[in-house]
Design a protein around this ligand. Structure first.
Ligand code: NAI
Length: 255
């Protein structure tokens, strides 16, 4: 295993959906913590740009997580580049939860949500697990508080994330003791650039409704991911961690 100058054996992470948003925030944080990171995304061009912006310890792979052959190849290339894998972060997803009224939802669209948000996680897990077992690695799946609560017309997204939560605890039992598997349920995360956030700020009410007093940022999810992948979480597996500023703990009834 290659050694880094100051932090011992180099740890390798693969983050899907890392071209932007939460995935890019996770890649950035892991690199700050000394990880070597492979950014994978269906948007190959933006993924290349994002990896380049993070510096030489980041590499990009164009990857559609729904495509078994592409997943197999992405894992093969990661092993070829680095000789192994310590962490898999399944973040890629169709992040728009609104699929329209169920009576009008086409089967192909339902399957697009499920294939991207759930089947992709199965495929990545299937091909990454042998490598992760060798290094006693860890997996973090990015779910959603929409696995727990809903707005109208979000059945496909909610079902995909509910399935992801169940997949997470099932795999934790199968993959142990070598590999730990956890999931994070983000609440509302503002993934717009700092410039955009400044130009068009969210309302005071948007922030104040959260028990912590603010909407989330990608760094909030990245910090929890870094913890769950690291040695301090060595006794933690099969758990679904809600990171939503407390929103799912607030009871809301109309007066
Ligand atoms: P985003 O839409 O900004 O980023 C998603 C990334 O996934 C994009 O770069 C996209 O190109 C990539 N992607 C989409 N389909 C793909 C595929 N088939 N193969 C590979 N890559 C693909 O979304 P955001 O907000 O950063 O969300 C990331 C994850 O966090 C998603 O799983 C989303 O469901 C989840 N999440 C986001 C929340 C939020 O408020 N932003 C809240 C709860 C969960």
């Amino acid at each position: 295993m290659p050694e880094t100058p100051d932090s011992g054996p180099q740890r390798i992470a693969l983050v899907t959906g890392a071209a932007r948003g939460i995935g890019l925030g996770i890649a950035e944080r892991l690199m700050q913590d000394g990880w070597q990171v492979v950014l994978a995304d269906v948007d190959g061009r933006e993924c290349e740009q994002s990896a380049a912006s993070l510096g030489p310890a980041a590499r990009a792979i164009a990857l559609d997580v729904r495509d078994e052959e592409q997943v197999r190849e992405a894992i093969r290339r990661t092993e070829e580049w680095y000789g192994g894998l310590d962490a898999l972060v399944n973040n890629a997803g169709i992040s728009d939860p609104h699929s329209g009224p169920l009576e009008e939802l086409e089967l192909a669209d339902w399957q697009r949500w499920l294939d991207t948000n759930l089947t992709g996680v199965f495929l990545l897990g299937k091909y990454a697990l042998p490598l992760l077992r060798r290094r006693r690695g860890a997996i973090v799946n990015i779910s959603s508080t929409r696995a727990l609560q809903s707005e109208p017309d979000t059945e496909a997204y909610a079902a995909s994330k509910g399935g992801l939560d169940a997949f997470t605890h099932a795999l934790a039992i199968s993959a142990g003791p070598e590999v730990r598997v956890n999931a994070i349920r983000p609440g509302w995360i503002d993934t717009r650039s700092p410039d955009q956030q400044q130009a068009e700020p969210l309302s005071a009410q948007d922030h104040a409704q959260h028990p912590v007093g603010r909407v989330g940022q990608p760094g909030d999810i990245a910090a929890l991911t870094a913890f769950l992948l690291g040695p301090d979480a060595g006794f933690v597996t099969g758990q679904i961690w809600t990171a939503d500023g407390g929103m799912t703990r607030r009871m809301i009834y109309a007066d």
